[in-house]
Design a protein around this ligand. Structure first.
Ligand code: HEC
Length: 121
């Protein structure tokens, strides 16, 4: 079991123990709602975004999908949330594992993706 999956497993365990239902990305709950629309980036998440993701996702460095480019993000979201989260956690071509954000949790990534893709209402 690699580090990323054990991190997810740890989150799921914490969620289970605390009676919280959020971080389980396997649930069909997310499939019935528009992609990533239920995670809203707060100030703390945006701070992490500015320190990590902004480096590439503002300019489109190395082919990174640019923040707010809804057409490009829709194309990427079409592959499904689990696939896109897996690419963020494990890395994907020039996208580094965890997007250089070691302190980011799955919920943070979900909120960041919703912010960049513009899927929040
Ligand atoms: C070093 C540059 C860099 C940083 C830093 C970075 N990304 Fe990326 N990201 C990329 C590139 C390049 C791609 C496009 C990869 C491709 O499609 O070949 C990408 C793609 C993505 C995708 C789409 C993946 C897919 O399946 O299509 C998501 C989501 C994403 N990044 C989220 C993030 C988040 C969240 C952060 C910050 C925590 C982050 N990235 C930080 C370069 C970066």
């Amino acid at each position: 079991m690699n580090l990323f999956y054990s991190k997810i497993a740890g989150l799921a365990l914490i969620a289970f123990l605390s009676g919280c239902t959020t971080p389980n990305i396997e649930t069909s709950h997310y499939l019935s709602s528009p992609a990533f629309s239920n995670d809203v980036a707060n100030t703390a998440v945006m701070g992490k975004w500015s320190r990590s993701c902004a480096l590439c996702h503002i300019t489109g460095e190395a082919g990174a999908p640019v923040v707010g480019d809804q057409e490009e993000w829709q194309r990427r979201l079409a592959q499904g949330e689990q696939a896109i989260l897996k690419n963020v956690l494990e890395g994907y071509n020039a996208m580094p594992p965890l997007g250089y954000c070691m302190s980011c949790e799955v919920a943070d990534f979900r909120a960041m993706i919703a912010y960049m893709a513009g899927t929040n209402p």
